[in-house]
Design a protein. Structure first.
Length: 462
């Protein structure tokens, strides 16, 4: 039985790889799931419980106390806590990698909200240099500075403790999910070091893109794996142009994370437990990277909807829910702390909420894509103050190109358009094209998890 090491940066991103892991196990592979950090995402706490050979990964709903076991150890699946890089090279690696990350944003003239987030992660000495108008022109026009940094990053010794961790088991392939998150001096991201260690040991290496914005809204991938799994053609272009991944190493699979929306059982999940007296619209909250305070938008929408006897449901982003605690009691916030749709309960709640909505509204969040896939029209409020969080971000502009999101420049105009919504054959055609291009490029019935697993097995066998 071949043994695959599957590195997850956070326990909460297991659902992004779940269909791949299930396929590998079904094909008689043993998978060691190595979780670098247990965490809380919105209403859900993800933690490892139990002793050796009896461990489970549990998702606990902090609102109602319900627990669901996401993974249970067996002969074919083991759960491990990852080891982080801790040596004398860490501080230098942070300086080099984060400087390269910031330089990447500057070179591609991406000055949106994620550029600002990257600036906060970049050590002050190089951040000030790269954001100085005159000096930044020199560093971006001339490649020597970037090439020196890349060379320096490449010759820093591999992590000894990660190499020892990998050598303790007979792994044939290492898969890493979340290998381009930025580091700070208080929180070093070691995931890419597993790829570097694997290559040094002669083990096959794979990196899986996490989400739709992962290639443009995070840092660089500071190593080239043997296989780089992406969702679609746009991801493939970004991998080549931004991250310098060779075309021969890239494979388009579709979106494993979106596989759940194509389950035939979803058709029966229409019952709404929201207990609302009137038809409703759902507002889809964004992360703090996009906007820290959406309450004014929500209150304006609620005011206009009430004039038309329509309720508003707010579905917070799991990383930005506290802002909604100050809303009036008659505005429905469900779930209170947001959620990932990765348990039976949370998935059914999201499906029933969105599919029973007249429409959804948002600024810039993955849930807007989920809404389109589930067949509910989605409005994007594109005010000037949101420019850096929307039109200045690559992934949002990509979605707009499909002419599927309905854009509006005010809450009043948004509600007027919602009131006048009609059945639209053109929407259905655009939606089908979007689904095929964006998350099912190998065919509507082609499961991305199965395709990804087959490609991992292929490279593992060679």
């Amino acid at each position: 039985m071949q043994n695959i090491l599957y590195i997850l940066k956070y326990a909460s991103i297991y659902s992004y790889s779940e269909t791949i892991i299930n396929e590998l196990i079904a094909k008689n592979y043993r998978v060691d799931i190595c979780i670098m950090k247990e965490n809380i995402s919105g209403s859900t706490k993800y933690e490892i419980a139990g002793k050796d050979n009896e461990k489970t990964l549990i998702a606990k709903n902090l609102e109602n106390g319900n627990e669901q076991i996401l993974i249970r150890e067996s002969e074919k699946i083991k759960i491990k806590r990852g080891v982080s890089r801790k040596d004398i090279w860490v501080k230098l690696l942070i300086l080099v990698r984060e400087t390269l990350n910031l330089l990447s944003y500057i070179r591609r003239r991406d000055d949106g909200t994620f550029f600002e987030a990257q600036k906060r992660c970049t050590p002050k000495i190089t951040r000030n240099l790269l954001t100085s108008p005159i000096i930044s022109i020199i560093f971006t026009k001339l490649p020597f500075f970037r090439l020196i940094l890349k060379f320096l990053e490449s010759i820093i010794p591999k992590s000894r403790n990660i190499i020892d961790f990998i050598k303790s088991q007979n792994y044939s392939t290492i898969v890493v999910v979340g290998a381009n998150w930025s580091s700070t001096y208080n929180n070093f991201s070691s995931e890419i070091d597993y790829i570097k260690a694997g290559k040094k040991l002669g083990i096959k290496t794979v990196m899986q893109v996490v989400s739709w914005d992962n290639l443009t809204a995070r840092g660089l991938y500071h190593e080239v794996p043997d296989l780089f799994l992406v969702w679609n053609k746009q991801h493939s272009i970004e991998a080549k142009e931004i991250h310098s991944i060779p075309a021969n190493n890239i494979f388009i699979t579709g979106s494993p994370f979106m596989d759940k929306w194509f389950d035939e059982k979803n058709e029966s999940i229409l019952k709404s437990n929201l207990k609302l007296d009137a038809p409703y619209v759902t507002y889809l909250g964004s992360s703090q990277n996009i906007t820290r305070d959406e309450t004014m938008v929500v209150e304006n929408l609620h005011k206009e909807l009430k004039k038309n006897n329509i309720d508003l449901v707010v579905r917070p982003h799991g990383a930005n829910y506290e802002q909604f605690r100050k809303l009036k009691d008659d505005i429905n916030v469900i779930p209170k702390n947001g959620d990932l749709p990765d348990t039976k309960e949370s998935k059914e709640l999201m499906i029933s909420t969105i599919k029973n909505s007249i429409a959804t509204i948002g600024i810039n969040t993955t849930a807007m894509v989920d809404s389109l896939i589930l067949g509910t029209k989605c409005f994007a409020i594109t005010k000037p103050e949101f420019y850096k969080n929307q039109l200045a971000t690559y992934h949002f502009k990509t979605i707009l190109d499909y002419d599927l999101l309905i854009t509006t420049d005010s809450e009043i105009d948004c509600i007027n358009q919602i009131i006048n919504l009609t059945e639209d054959e053109e929407f259905l055609k655009k939606r089908e094209r979007f689904i095929i291009d964006f998350c099912r490029p190998l065919g509507m019935d082609s499961k991305a998890g199965k395709i990804s697993a087959n490609k991992i097995i292929e490279i593992d066998s060679n």
